[in-house]
Design a protein around this ligand. Structure first.
Ligand code: MN
Length: 417
């Protein structure tokens, strides 16, 4: 599909993240207005509350956009998602008769503050990157062999929705309990091994009832869209606490997501298959859809006071072993009900080459191999004042589907009495 041309001139350039082909959904406020739903187009945001008030878009649910989240739109279902997208695409297209009415409802992105685009109902994080799992095995257990269940189960744990924050939110270095390998007893204090995880977040838009399993194909149709997701991780806290029930405090102090929900519909031209199965999956995990997407991803680090960020890693979402739809199917298969607004973290995305590793644990090989930033400083893990940014874009023919940065700065730990 080529670039769809819009009467919003800034949406017609090859480097804008938000061409007419994208139309991602966010929540914004201005100096004069409360948070409400908006759609990004070029370097502008379309005020959906105003669009609805002007009678230019009408949904079954009156007032679906006068809210600081997109959950009400999600709950209207895939047919409404499709008709809304078709209506927005038509109204913003070059030559659209609605241009004169819509133009005053555009606000420059530079003048808005972005908020979480959804009410995160629940948050689950997976471990579905094969290279990441092999690297973590090699680092932590001395062998890249995967856990016995890994090629059969999309492994996950239930995280905390309350820990999910929008890009731009500062994160305090967490305090916690940890134990050095040569210490007899644990200690308490700020994490010294603070890390990121480069992930994609899938947002469930259609609920599934309690007690009702779903197929992978059904799960694929339930996904409303995707965001970039940084699953900040305190490796020392995690290392002491994680057996036998999995991560807890080491993952509960902050998870950042990019501010725009890029719809599954916008990503449709970029579908990609999961890699060949190394072990045949059990039949309940079979599907007929290509569940991944080709999305170029990048991790950048910028120390406090530096002029530029250093690229640490570049990889692609199509590296994952399990798709979000497979994860969602597995999540519900025992009867767990899923809700509109549930967020599923993909797991850390790492490619086979060292330049494609999606965590500092891997980039610095657990701190054994420090890396150098463009400023000349070296790092193993994150230091106070560092800003970490995730970027992502699906590259089309003369356009790209961007996500907007997923960024966060680490502040010193809060003093605990
Ligand atoms: Mn994770």
């Amino acid at each position: 599909m080529p670039l769809l041309r819009s009467w919003v001139a800034s949406a017609n350039t090859p480097d804008t993240p938000f061409p007419l082909n994208n139309l991602p959904y966010g929540v914004f406020s201005t100096a004069d207005s409360d948070a409400r739903c908006g759609v990004a187009i070029g370097d502008m945001v379309l005020d959906m509350q105003a669009v609805e008030a002007a009678g230019l878009v009408t949904l079954d649910d009156d007032g679906a956009f006068d809210l600081p989240f997109w959950n009400d739109v999600m709950e209207l279902g895939p047919q409404v998602w499709a008709s809304l997208r078709a209506r927005l695409t038509a109204m913003l297209a070059e030559g659209a008769p609605e241009q004169a009415e819509l133009a005053p409802l555009l606000i420059p992105l530079s003048a808005v503050e972005m908020h979480l685009p959804l009410l995160v109902q629940e948050y689950t994080d997976f471990y579905a990157g094969r290279q990441h799992a092999a690297n973590m095995g090699a680092i932590l257990r001395g062998s890249p062999d995967l856990p016995a269940n890994w090629l059969h189960i999309p492994i996950g744990y239930n995280g905390r929705a309350s820990s999910v924050v929008v890009s731009g939110t500062d994160i305090h270095r967490p305090n916690g309990q940890m134990k050095a390998p040569d210490a007899d007893v644990p200690g308490f204090g700020p994490s010294k091994r603070l890390d990121i995880e480069l992930e994609m977040g899938a947002i469930v838009g259609t609920p599934s009832p309690f007690g009702q399993p779903i197929t992978v194909d059904e799960a694929d149709g339930m996904i409303f869209g995707y965001v970039l997701l940084n699953d900040w991780s305190a490796r020392d806290i995690q290392g002491w606490e994680y057996q036998p029930l999995g991560p807890f405090q080491g993952k509960a102090f902050g998870t950042s997501i990019s501010p725009w929900i890029v719809t599954a519909a916008a990503l449709e031209p970029f579908r990609a298959p999961t890699p060949p199965r190394e072990k045949e999956l059990l039949p309940y995990l079979n599907s007929t859809v290509d569940g991944l997407y080709t999305i170029e991803l990048e991790v950048l680090m910028q120390p406090e006071g530096a002029d530029t960020a250093t690229a640490l890693s570049k990889t692609n979402y199509n590296r994952m072993y399990y798709s979000a739809a497979e994860q969602l199917c597995h999540h519900a298969v025992g009867g767990c009900g899923m809700n509109a607004g549930d967020l599923l973290g993909s797991g850390t995305i790492s490619g086979p080459d060292k330049s494609e590793y999606g965590s500092l644990m891997e980039v610095s090989w657990a701190g054994r191999e420090p890396f150098t930033l463009d400023t000349g400083e070296t790092r193993t893990f994150i230091e106070d004042g560092d800003t970490l940014t995730l970027r992502g874009a699906a590259k089309g023919d003369g356009y790209q589907i961007g996500f907007g940065d997923c960024t966060g700065t680490i502040l010193p730990a809060v003093k605990h009495p």
